[in-house]
Design a binder for this molecule. Structure first.
Ligand code: DHE
Length: 585
């Protein structure tokens, strides 16, 4: 047992900038930034892993194009999609990073590009060359690659979707009642990221009930409103629907909704439980509404369009978080690069009504307040939180978090002794935790303002979590460069927060408790059991090394169990069936 009470730290986490500022000067060597691998925020940008596998051809050669073989072009495309497209866009038209289309790159010239790729920039461009990620030959290749027209990945419409759609067990062949003795509401669906699987783990005895194949680089699980269907999405945009009522739960339907994707959700409004599912894609930029029993794709909507404020066309605004409204028959769809939140009414798909809210650019993740009425989401590269009223479908507030790169996951709701109901987010770019007031009726002066900012373990935090039955707020530091910090979790007792003194926290050495000898595992994403008495943490190691899940008693903060199994390869997100379907966080 080794819980440490930490002195309060206010150290800013350096290197939060996500954007690439392609400055005109070339004094790269002078202001050479530190190794980008130490920079949590800039290493946490989308990697278009599936697009990276695409076979491409050099688009129409021009006379003055640099010489490049088809093989080199393929290699450049793979590297670009996996490492550059997250900031600069698939089409190289810019996102958080600057455009890199030939009209821009040709003006800059080969040598400028070569230097820039080698040394990076203090504004956030990784130093691919000096960090050793790219050899001298590859830097040369990428500099030449950027002078050529970019390849355009294929669209993915209804014919392509239908070709991937499989109903493995037809609805009429499925059980009409639960056929197993699993306590499904306290089941955890655990992402096994690099094996493309989910592990379904019993929340009471920690046994692995089954491991199921899902999409490539599987990302998140969501649960249908009834709790029957577990829906999993991989980065390859493959959605797999698992029926938890079957004697042995397994996949009953699957479909691919694009080439690259991150989000999935199901309809939760009364009368529409389990009726529809929705998936959001990074490429092509679109969302797809599907039948909630079979995943049959019903309606595809492109998100291409104009940035909310400048009204400049954006060719590839990605779909980030999607939530189901509890107040209306609607899905809330975050469109990242154009900064719009779409409230998509699913009552009549033929005459689709959508309310488009002007929010802020670079929308990423977020969750509901404790009443489920308000949606609070991070515009992460703008350091802002956007609040939407899901009852009136209106923008309520846009608030600066005072920290760098907020990353809430779904956030954490609790009652602050002074400020009343609040919702918390931590940050990727520094060690701060921000609380926003969420009670416009009872605490109108605090509503939608940052009422408190305090400090946890360090930058690189991805997720915070609490539970209505818990007095604790857990804050991870997954991407912190310091191994010990990234393997630990800070726990605050929210009942002692007085609005004046800096809240103290205890540090749980989760990684140490996992007892893993080999590798440098990071601890990620606290998730409560259904009763709110235990918290689970993933101890996320390299795919060829041992990983674990550590279970902590929420009352005593003592270690309760370590779940280890050779099949637990790269566990990351964990989704408790009850908490996920009821939006308890
Ligand atoms: Fe995620 C949620 C996108 C990397 C674990 N992640 C989300 C959501 C988005 C997103 C848009 C919100 C989904 C929703 O609510 O509908 N994630 C991305 C990326 O673009 C990014 C930065 C890079 C990439 O190329 O994918 C990325 N994510 C990661 C990881 O590396 C994590 C830590 C490990 C993993 O398994 O991939 C990771 N993301 C998660 C988890 C959630 C998530 C666990 C859901 C949190 C929750 O509590 O609901």
């Amino acid at each position: 047992m080794n819980i440490q009470t930490q002195p309060v730290r206010r150290v800013l986490f350096v290197g939060a900038a996500l954007a690439l500022a392609l400055s005109a000067g070339s004094a790269f060597a002078q202001d050479k930034p530190k190794d980008h691998a130490d920079d949590a925020a800039s290493s946490y940008v989308p990697s278009m892993t599936t697009l990276g596998e695409l076979q491409v051809e050099i688009p129409g050669r021009k006379a003055d194009d640099p010489v490049m073989t088809a093989e080199e072009f393929q290699r450049g495309t793979k590297f670009y999609f996996e490492r550059c497209a997250g900031c600069h866009g698939v089409l190289r038209k810019g996102a958080t990073g600057k455009p890199l289309t030939p009209d821009v790159t040709r003006k800059l010239g080969y040598q400028h590009l070569h230097d820039f790729i080698t040394y990076g920039s203090p504004a956030g461009m990784p130093n691919w060359g000096t960090s050793g990620d790219l050899s001298e030959a590859d830097v040369d290749l990428m500099a030449r690659y950027l002078l050529l027209e970019p390849p355009v990945p294929p669209e993915f419409g209804m014919p392509e979707m239908l070709a991937t759609w499989k109903v493995i067990v037809a609805p009429e062949d499925r059980p009409t009642k639960k056929m197993n003795d699993w306590a499904i509401d306290n089941l955890f669906s655990v992402t096994l990221r690099d094996s493309g699987e989910v592990a379904l783990i019993d929340g009471a005895d920690y046994s692995i009930k089954t491991i199921l194949k899902t999409g490539y680089a599987v990302h998140i699980s969501r649960i249908s409103a009834s709790g029957r269907y577990l829906i999993v999405i991989g980065r390859d945009a493959k959605i797999v629907m698992i029926d938890l009522w079957m004697e042995t739960p397994g996949p009953v339907a699957e479909v691919k909704i694009g080439v690259e994707a991150r989000s999935v959700e199901t309809s939760k409004y009364e009368g529409y439980e389990d009726k529809y599912a929705i998936g959001g894609a990074y490429w092509p930029p679109q969302y797809v509404i599907m039948d909630g029993n079979t995943l049959e794709p019903l309606k595809i909507k492109s998100t291409r369009g104009y940035i909310y404020d400048e009204q400049v066309y954006h060719p590839e605004p990605r779909v980030a978080a999607i939530l189901a409204s509890h107040y209306r028959p609607e899905f809330l769809v975050n469109v990242k690069e154009t900064g719009k939140i779409l409230m998509v009414d699913y009552t009549d798909l033929k005459n689709l009504k959508t309310t488009e809210i002007e929010a802020e650019r670079f929308l990423h993740d977020g969750g509901l307040d404790s009443t489920h009425r308000y949606f609070i989401t991070a515009a992460n590269a703008r350091n802002k939180l956007v609040v939407i009223d899901t009852k009136t479908d209106k923008l309520v507030a846009i608030t600066d978090t005072e920290g760098l790169t907020p990353h809430p996951g779904r956030g954490a709701n609790f009652i602050h002794p002074v400020y009343g109901p609040v919702w918390a987010t931590s940050h990727l770019g520094d060690d701060s935790v921000a609380l926003i007031g969420t009670d416009p009726e009872g605490h109108p002066d605090n509503a939608w303002k940052i009422v408190s900012t305090f400090y946890a373990l360090g930058g690189g935090s991805l997720f915070v979590k609490t539970h209505p039955n818990s007095k604790h707020l857990y804050v991870d530091a997954t991407l912190n460069p310091d191994a010990e910090t990234s393997a630990s979790v800070a726990v605050f007792d929210v009942t002692t927060m007085n609005g004046e003194d800096e809240p103290e926290y205890v540090t749980l050495p989760i990684g140490e408790w996992a007892g893993i000898a080999d590798g440098q595992p990071r601890v990620v994403q606290p998730e409560f059991n259904q009763a709110g008495t235990e918290v689970w943490f993933s101890v996320w190691n390299a795919k060829d090394k041992e990983s674990a899940i550590v279970v902590v008693d929420d009352k005593t903060l003592e270690l309760k169990a370590v779940i280890k199994d050779p099949r637990l390869i790269t566990p990351t997100g964990k989704f408790n069936v009850f908490n996920t379907r009821k939006d308890v966080y």
